[in-house]
Write a new protein. Structure first.
Length: 631
């Protein structure tokens, strides 16, 4: 998650524009709810439940009516001009809100809440559709992580600021000034966003029902994208359930004041930000779908632990008393854990939509996401109402069911897509066991077939390459090892291609070549060790003719790679053989260097020479530490 983005015009102005918008959005909503609950209801005899439900409906309704239009506008217009126009709409809305606050026009505030919903519904599609036009493919995960972290921290600060401006002296002047000033700053910053012209011209027609159906139909036909949309909406279902019930949880379980709710909300928001940061670090510029089931599993674990919390004993507690209790800090940690899982879960799904949506329909896919999000948020409200109102369930049971749902999501995604999860687990394992230094990973083509050739130093080579590659790898391996009764399931899940020597089984070699051709025809990346065996002296030996046979059948780009630092490890042949005794080195420095892609007709000698050159360069950076036994 590079901080360099925050100093570049192609990202920084957009980031602050959307973050200020999220801050103002939540500041306005919470100021309205506080005024209605503590001023309008007692003074004018309004029913609190009716007004709160009306406010929720007025904010969600625009997402059902205008999300499709927002997608159409974002795909048809320059996204920078659209953002500027929407920020002017926000400023006009906040001007009206300032007037309503100064004149105590609470009914007008409810109407303006609808206008804020309209602005948010129109802004949502362009918010994510503009990023792929200003960021490189390898920067998208980091960009989405910054956006998610900024959004949830803005939600937190907007919520905290609402209590401050309402309790401040001066009546409605302070919230009015704050809302209008933030909107004005947002307008000014939005003008610095670079242009993002549409991929193709499109007609703009607002037909809410027909357009919404059309958007959802387009998303449904994009099967891989639609699954991601459902995954994101499930996150908002879970998030809505948690955030909606936290105030009641604060009252009934924490036994604390309203300010304690801010701490709970803050723990959740900080967890989302932390999860987004960790996601960007683990992804290292690539799309890591394996983080989705991992994140859902962490949500399930943290949510289940949170659901087991016992009500705090005694009379209502002050905030000072709560802050002195270890149980309260443990509760905050549980909520932060849920948020951490949420950050890991949500960022890869947004990145997937951005990468796999056609340029001319990317905003429509985000619009479909907003529609689904609104529907799932309504479903979350209904779920909470039924469970707590009809079945009289406890909040602990409700949160326990949410934990079970998270676990089901994790198992479902891991079962349907096991290889991405396995790859991220391998990546984490490799980085725990070795100090891995990677260079040249962007030399692997972002799309299309390719072949990676590397020197063969140890039995860990395939795992290091597979965990470090920017794309999933298929790899060739000896058939006897592939058929190991203990590991065959793992190799099959990883997509390994078994190969036997041509002397022992000529037909087996042809079958392996056919599988390689099939993988390359499907646009996959295949990795092989052209030496055909582990080195016995640490040097790179002659490349066998199999590499020529593969490239003659399938002339694809070849990426040379080299490994340094694994010679002398427990899994290498130094000292007589691998796996003898106990591992003598932990956290050894290992260098993996990917060179620039070479033409398929380069020949095996030229490929070997390039791998040797990369290895010599890597050997200079991989100084082997003294041998030592792990503690």
């Amino acid at each position: 998650m590079s901080a360099d983005m925050m100093i570049h015009r192609r990202f920084a102005p957009f980031f602050w524009t959307q973050a200020l918008g999220a801050f103002n959005d939540n500041l306005f909503k919470n100021v309205l709810l506080l005024l209605v609950t503590f001023v309008a209801v007692p003074e004018r005899g309004w029913d609190a439940g009716t007004v709160n439900n009306l406010a929720a409906g007025l904010f969600i309704l625009p997402f059902l009516l205008f999300s499709a239009l927002g997608g159409t506008l974002a795909d048809a217009l320059d996204k920078r001009q659209l953002i500027v126009g929407l920020k002017w709409l926000e400023l006009m809305t906040m001007t009206g809100a300032a007037w309503a606050l100064l004149t105590d026009s609470y009914a007008a505030l409810l109407g303006l809440l609808f206008m804020m919903g309209v602005q948010s519904a129109l802004f949502g599609p362009v918010k994510y559709a503009i990023l792929p036009q200003h960021l490189g493919r390898h920067e998208l995960v980091g960009g989405n992580a910054w956006v998610e972290m900024g959004t949830f921290l803005a939600i937190l600060f907007g919520t905290l600021a609402s209590a401050f401006v309402i309790t401040g002296e001066g009546g409605g002047w302070l919230p009015a000034l704050c809302l209008w000033s933030v909107a004005l700053v947002g307008v000014m910053i939005s003008h610095a966003i670079p242009s993002a012209p549409p991929a193709q011209k499109q007609s703009i027609v607002w037909r809410p029902i027909r357009e919404s159906v059309s958007v959802m139909r387009d998303a449904w036909h994009a099967r891989g994208i639609f699954q991601a949309l459902v995954g994101i909406s499930l996150f908002w279902f879970l998030g809505t359930c948690y955030l909606t019930q936290l105030p009641q949880w604060t009252k009934d379980v924490v036994m604390g004041p309203e300010k304690a709710f801010s701490f709970l909300l803050g723990a959740f928001a900080v967890g989302i930000g932390l999860g987004s940061f960790v996601c960007a670090r683990l992804s290292a510029g690539r799309l890591e779908i394996g983080l989705v089931p991992l994140g859902a599993g962490i949500i399930a674990l943290g949510g289940g632990w949170f659901a087991l919390t016992e009500p705090f004993a005694g009379a209502p507690l002050s905030l000072e008393a709560l802050l002195g209790m270890g149980a309260f800090w443990l509760m905050l940690f549980k909520l932060m854990m849920i948020g951490l899982g949420g950050g890991l879960y949500i960022v890869p799904l947004y990145t997937l939509i951005q990468l796999r949506s056609p340029d001319g329909q990317r905003a429509r896919m985000i619009a479909a996401n907003n529609l689904l999000n609104a529907l799932f948020m309504i479903a979350a409200a209904v779920f909470g109402l039924v469970m707590l109102g009809v079945f009289q369930a406890s909040l602990n049971l409700l949160f326990g069911l949410l934990s079970l749902l998270s676990l089901m999501i994790a198992v479902s995604v891991a079962t349907r897509h096991p290889r991405p999860l396995m790859r991220i687990v391998i990546f984490l394992t490799i980085h725990i066991w070795y100090r891995l230094r990677l260079t040249g990973r962007r030399n692997i083509p972002a799309t299309g077939p390719a072949l990676i050739v590397c020197n063969h130093v140890s039995f860990m080579d395939a795992l290091v390459l597979g965990g470090a590659s920017s794309r999933p790898l298929r790899f060739l391996m000896d058939k006897p090892i592939y058929e190991s009764p203990w590991l065959n399931w793992f190799f099959r899940m990883a997509g390994a291609i078994p190969v036997e020597s041509e002397r022992s089984d000529p037909k087996g070699m042809r079958r392996a070549l056919d599988q390689v051709s099939e993988a390359l025809a499907n646009g996959e990346v295949v990795m092989l060790f052209p030496e055909g065996r582990l080195t016995r002296d640490g040097q790179v030996h002659e490349f066998r003719r199999g590499i020529d046979l593969i490239l003659r059948r399938d002339p694809v780009p070849v990426v040379p790679a080299s490994l340094s630092g694994l010679w002398g490890s427990w899994t290498s042949r130094q000292g007589g053989g691998p796996f003898k005794g106990f591992p003598r080195r932990v956290r050894a420095k290992v260098c993996l260097h990917f060179g620039e892609a070479m033409a398929p007709d380069a020949g095996r000698e030229a490929l070997r020479d390039r791998v040797v050159a990369l290895k010599e360069e890597g050997d200079l950076n991989a100084s082997t530490p003294p041998l030592r036994r792990p503690h």
